[in-house]
Design a protein around this ligand. Structure first.
Ligand code: NAI
Length: 335
């Protein structure tokens, strides 16, 4: 039975990996440490390692993994900006990812953020627990008939689009690869910014999309706009968002991701001093709802992640081809 060194383990990871790994012929060495140049040595004796979004597989970590005997690195996530694929190739490590696990889970979380903010149920929840049944300041907005601007109509964006149509919203979208024939009205980004009552981001973080909602872009948005981000924090200039929340320009923000989230997200830091004042101030606003990169976190998605990760490793050990293998220097995956 092959042993896998599993970095950055959280209890929810184990549920499906414990169930499915023995069936695929694997045992798992669960490690709480995040992967980096110092911790890579903990994989000693394993021919495969498994990593997540906050692990750092840079040249130094890859070199140590290879020296420890690792030949395959299976990412249990879609993004791979944290892996030096060229270094992996140089050191003979084959890298895999899970390209999609549950687009509907992510889209539903975006909708949950939107509906919560629109009807202020996050505030009602804390209020009624203290036996405060007043409706003061709980007036919401009705989304029917309002315009939602969706940036990125890929797997998640399309699902979100369908959900918004179900609410009776008018959907407009921007994507560098529009899907014609789906009844979506594609517009330019500046028009989307100008017309949208709600903006929801579903595109990847690339050099082109870094600070897509920049300080200057905020001036072009509708007064009272709602902003939902379940994609990547750096799509939004966070300090500019805070300033526009404070000025009242932005009506509400639902953030599952944050620019500097790696310092805090996924961890309990409730007893520590948090030095990020932008995040501190965002968290203190009644019309800002932050979740800790949990849009993917459903039982269905966790099962799909475990299943695909283990299949990727099985194909490695069996010498088979996998569409989920990542090749250095290529944007697209190769078989
Ligand atoms: P996808 O690859 O299916 O769709 C992305 C879409 O963005 C594509 O249609 C693409 O053409 C478009 N796009 C690329 N560059 C663009 C640009 N410059 N401007 C406008 N559109 C552009 O990806 P998927 O599965 O829909 O995921 C979307 C994003 O959701 C991911 O990039 C990821 O950052 C995020 N995500 C977040 C999760 C969470 O737990 N919060 C979980 C999974 C994904």
């Amino acid at each position: 039975m092959e042993e896998i060194a599993f970095f950055d383990t959280k209890p929810y990871d184990r549920v499906w990996f414990d169930t499915l790994a023995p069936k695929e012929g694997f045992s798992i060495r669960y490690l709480e440490n995040r992967l980096d140049a110092q911790t890579a040595v903990l994989s000693h004796g394993c021919r495969a390692a498994c990593a997540f979004v906050s692990d750092i597989a840079d040249e130094a970590a890859i070199k140590t993994l290879a020296a420890a005997g690792v030949e395959a690195l299976a990412l249990r996530c879609a993004g791979y900006n944290n892996v030096d694929l060229e270094a992996a190739e140089r050191h003979g490590i084959t890298v895999y990812r899970v390209p999609a696990y549950s687009p509907s889970s992510v889209a539903q979380h975006a909708l949950a953020l939107l509906l919560t903010l629109a009807r202020k149920t996050h505030r009602a929840f804390t209020r009624t627990r203290e036996r405060n049944f007043s409706l003061e300041d709980l007036t919401g907005i009705d989304l029917e008939g309002r315009t939602v601007g969706i940036v990125g109509t890929g797997k998640v964006g399309l699902k979100f689009c369908q959900m918004c149509l179900g609410l009776g919203m008018k959907v407009i979208a921007y994507d560098i690869n529009p899907i014609w024939g789906m009844g979506i009205e594609y517009v330019r980004m500046d028009e989307l910014f100008r017309r949208s009552d709600v903006i929801s981001l579903h595109c990847p973080l690339t050099p082109q999309t870094y600070h897509l909602i920049s300080r200057s872009a905020f001036h072009t948005l509708k007064d009272g706009v709602y902003i939902i981000n379940t994609s990547r924090g750096a799509l939004i200039d966070s300090q500019a968002l805070l300033d526009n929340i404070k000025s009242g320009k932005v009506g509400a923000a639902g953030l599952d991701v944050y620019e500097e989230e790696a310092d805090y997200f996924y961890e309990d830091v409730s007893s520590k001093v948090m030095s990020d004042d932008t995040l501190n101030l965002l968290l203190s606003q009644p019309n800002v709802l932050v979740t800790s990169h949990q849009a993917f976190l459903t039982d269905e998605a966790l099962r799909a992640i475990a299943q695909t990760t283990l299949e990727n490793l099985r194909s490695f050990f069996d010498g088979g081809a996998s569409p989920n293998r990542l090749i250095a220097g290529r944007r697209e995956m190769t078989v």
